[in-house]
Every structure is written in structure tokens, then in C-alpha cells.
Design a protein around this ligand. Structure first.
Ligand code: SF4
Length: 106
């Protein structure tokens, strides 16, 4: 007898680092709009152009809410559910590498 998976089971999925390479099995790959995307690197964006490209794909994704919940619950990095996450927290824009610039107090 086949057991139905609950939403908690889906959120417990281990080993998923990026949705498009290892989608949660309960959804066919077609449900994940980023599956088979030409440039999966845009979902780990290093600039605003890549971020905008990823967000455009997420905009029509059928599993967007679940994807975001997965990303937040597992402290993920990159674009999940149409949101750029860093350690599971939303970011407004892509961080540039290096130390933040010092601001003089004078
Ligand atoms: S919401 Fe975006 S990152 Fe998540 S599965 Fe859909 S297209 Fe991929």
C-alpha cells in the first residue's frame, strides 16, 4: 500500500541543493519551471542580470510557494521560489564579493 507524502515529508527532503537538479519527487520535472533551464547558474546569481533572469523563470512556476518554503526551511542560498536567499534569509540584491566598504565617521 502506497503511503501519501505530507507537506512535512516534502520539506524534510535531504540532499536537494538546487531545485532544478534534484526536484522533489512528488512533482514531475515539468512542474519545476527551472528544470532543464539553459543556464542553471542564474539561480545562484553573481549579478543583477542573472538574478532578473532567474526571477523571470520563477514568476510562472507552479511550485513557487513550496520552493520558497524549502529554501527558507533549509537555510538555502540562491534563488528559491522567486526570492534570492542567503542562509535562508531574503536578500534585496546580489552581494558583491569582498569586504564591505568602510564608511568614514567624519
Ligand atoms: S520557484 Fe524558481 S527556483 Fe523554484 S522550482 Fe520554480 S523556477 Fe525553480
Amino acid at each position: 500500500m502506497k503511503m501519501m507524502k505530507t507537506k512535512d515529508d516534502l520539506l524534510d527532503t535531504k540532499g536537494v541543493t538546487v531545485a532544478f537538479t534534484f526536484p522533489t519527487p512528488d512533482f514531475g520535472p515539468a512542474a519545476w519551471s527551472c528544470a532543464d533551464h539553459d543556464d542553471p547558474d542564474v539561480f545562484a546569481p553573481t549579478d543583477q542580470v542573472a538574478l532578473e533572469q532567474a526571477l523571470a523563470v520563477c514568476g510562472s512556476c507552479a511550485v513557487r510557494d513550496l520552493c520558497l518554503e524549502l529554501g527558507v526551511n533549509r537555510d538555502e542560498w540562491g534563488v528559491w521560489g522567486g526570492v534570492l536567499l542567503e542562509n535562508g534569509k531574503p536578500l534585496e540584491k546580489v552581494r558583491q564579493p569582498g569586504r564591505p566598504r568602510k564608511v568614514s565617521a567624519a
